[in-house]
Design a protein around this ligand. Structure first.
Ligand code: GTP
Ligand code: MG
Length: 195
């Protein structure tokens, strides 16, 4: 995969109508602060084009990045962010649900889980929701640089068991620092785009 052009083409808030895009979409879901925007930057090969933050709750809209006029990366707001009022959380939840439910071009949903931690009830719910909507989730274990290589297998098994993943669903470990895992994600996307 060669990234030629990236363009933040559409930003949708809770009252926006979602765009009817001409190219396939890859969406990125996961809890606040798990590294969705960082992964999107890694894929786009840009430093901070998708805005990231140490504070959870940075991405509050659905952001569509047009890549090469070939496909879109869709950055979703994170869930499970405690400091947001209940009402706003509900609206973000509805926005994500509505996106998964209505996007005609959605090819795959990447579900990001922090490699260090047991998946939360929200993660499990999101995983089930993605499957329920008829999509095959792609699991990314983020922040892979935060654990020792000797611990990796154990943590990947923890994620697999916590989500109840069937064997055929792969987990891609990824590090935004070293970009480890990026080539595997490129290859995976290339394969889907040329099918
Ligand atoms: P929201 O937009 O709030 O939902 O968060 P997000 O999922 O988009 O997370 P974001 O990409 O903004 O990253 C959150 C924090 O984690 C930032 O401080 C990133 O630098 C850090 N981070 C993301 N990925 C990695 C990684 O692979 N390794 C390390 N060490 N830090 C990471
Ligand atoms: Mg973000």
């Amino acid at each position: 995969m060669v990234i030629k052009n990236v363009n933040l083409e559409t930003v949708c808030g809770i009252t926006s109508t979602l765009p009817d895009n001409p190219f396939p979409e890859f969406a990125f879901a996961g809890k606040s602060n798990v590294g969705k925007s960082s992964l999107i930057n890694g894929i786009m090969n840009r430093k901070n084009y998708a805005r990231t933050s140490q504070e959870p709750g940075k991405t509050q809209t659905i952001n569509y990045y047009n890549i090469n006029n070939e496909f879109y990366l869709v950055d979703l707001p994170g869930y499970g962010f405690a400091r947001v009022p209940e009402k706003v959380k509900e609206q973000w939840g509805k926005m994500i649900e509505n996106y998964l439910h209505t996007s005609k071009q959605l090819l795959r949903v990447f579900l990001l889980i922090d490699i260090r931690h047991e998946p939360s009830a929200n993660d499990v719910q999101m995983y089930k929701w993605i499957v329920h909507q008829g999509f095959q989730p792609v699991i990314i274990a983020t922040k892979a640089d935060k654990i020792k290589p000797s611990q990796r297998e154990k943590h990947l098994n923890m994620l697999r068991n916590g989500l109840g993943l069937p064997d055929e669903i792969k987990i891609f470990p990824y590090s935004a620092l070293s970009k480890e895992g990026r080539q595997e994600i490129y290859d995976f996307m290339d394969e889907l785009l040329t099918e």
